[in-house]
Write a protein that binds this ligand. Structure first.
Ligand code: ADP
Ligand code: MG
Length: 369
């Protein structure tokens, strides 16, 4: 991978990355001691020998099964494909190492791992030989609601606005932790709805760190490695193989637009002007929320829809320099929450005053909310 756009002197960059590596080593060492090693025998047992009934997902790098540990905890077992030794190992190590470092509400928790080599007998040219077989599996907390992909729908049905907002906010919080929680940010590089999982409260958790890498924050890279998924990659990567923090801002922008408006929302947003798209999404949500919203809060929620849609569109700007940064995005989202809370508090105060008036005068006054 080549580095471009870096203002840092090479010696300073080397020193910085050595320091970061030694901090990382001590950080990971303590966590490695806590990692639980699970045998392939145990994983076979709890997944009924990796049966189809227990299969909950399949991605490019492995199949995922649900099983229950002896303490009653459900876990998701991702058993990696076993066909290309070098590649499989790199994939496994990247996901394992990065997940080991992560501890955040919006990032899937690694429960344990299996890395086991067995020698299995087989018949070859009339002789019995032993072949080496390596099993690699990563075990995560099981997230009952599966991937966000399963829940995407347009504005007229499916998840309500508050749930969609919670997913959007949590996904950005998870990304912020990857970006700011360490000396060297972790670049996820494959953000898409299949890789965002939902717990029983619909709290989102970023998952699938198989392509994730550590980078110096200042850098923009050119890479020939295959990364990401078509549809979630920005033009500078498709045309110039450029990777920077603005790549995953774009990817999460696409996820965000699909969370707001459903699986077709990204293509719809490309086909119309930004104003037309904003008006359409806004009108659709106003229509859905007008009966569900508590009295007096509709305008505030519609404003939140509008701001979220604008953020998503700006994340997908063709010019990567014009895309917002994570901190600004989270600040903007926080502002919408403050706005809604202020409206709700105002309504509660008005309601309290009326109630007080009612009890003093002894008769009922008409209520507005
Ligand atoms: N912890 C989990 N809880 C519930 N479902 C999961 C979990 N991990 C993965 N899955 C399911 O399996 C699918 C593939 O998992 P993922 O980690 O993305 O593998 P891959 O690297 O092969 O894409 C996910 O999209 C999801 O549907
Ligand atoms: Mg995946």
């Amino acid at each position: 991978m080549a580095t471009i756009d870096s203002d840092e002197a090479p010696q300073a960059a080397d020193a910085r990355s050595q320091l970061a590596a030694s901090r990382r080593d001590s950080d990971i060492t303590s966590r490695l001691q806590k990692a639980r090693s699970l045998t392939i025998e145990l994983l076979r047992e709890i997944t009924d020998d990796f049966s189809d009934e227990r299969k909950i997902g399949q991605g490019a790098y492995g199949k995922v099964y649900v099983g229950q540990l002896e303490n009653g905890e459900d876990i998701a077992v991702k058993i990696l494909h076993n066909n290309m030794p070098g590649n499989d190992d790199a994939q496994f190590m990247r996901e394992f190492e990065n997940l080991m470092r992560l501890d955040h509400d919006n990032i899937v928790r690694l429960v344990g791992y299996c890395y086991e080599t067995q020698h299995e007998p087989m018949q070859y040219l009339g002789r019995t030989i032993f072949i080496e077989k390596t099993y690699r599996a990563l075990c995560f907390e099981f997230l009952e609601n599966g991937s966000l992909q399963k829940h995407l729908s347009d504005e007229s049905n499916g998840l309500d606005w508050n749930t969609r907002y919670k997913i959007i906010k949590g996904a950005w919080e998870g990304l912020k932790h990857l970006h700011q929680g360490f000396d060297e940010p972790i670049y996820h590089l494959d953000l898409k709805p299949d890789n965002i999982l939902l717990d029983n409260n619909m709290l989102p958790k970023l998952a699938d760190f198989g392509m994730s890498k550590l980078f110096n924050d200042q850098q923009t890279m050119i890479t020939e490695s295959p990364i990401g998924t078509f549809g979630y990659l920005p033009i500078e990567f498709l045309h110039g193989k450029i990777v920077s923090s603005k790549l995953y801002i774009f990817s999460l922008g696409v996820v965000m637009i699909k969370t707001i408006g459903g699986p077709e929302a990204h293509s719809r947003s490309v086909e119309m002007s930004h104003e037309e798209f904003l008006d359409l999404v806004h009108a659709n949500w106003r229509n859905r929320m007008k009966t569900a919203c508590a009295y007096g809060t509709l305008e505030a929620y519609c404003e939140q829809v509008k701001i979220c849609t604008e953020i998503a569109l700006s994340c997908m700007d063709i010019d990567r320099h014009k895309r917002p940064n994570i901190v600004d995005i989270i600040d903007q989202l926080n502002d919408t929450e403050t706005m809604i809370n202020t409206v709700i508090q105002g309504l509660v105060m008005v309601a309290d005053e009326w109630r007080l008036g009612e009890s003093r005068s002894g008769h009922r006054k008409p209520r507005n909310c």
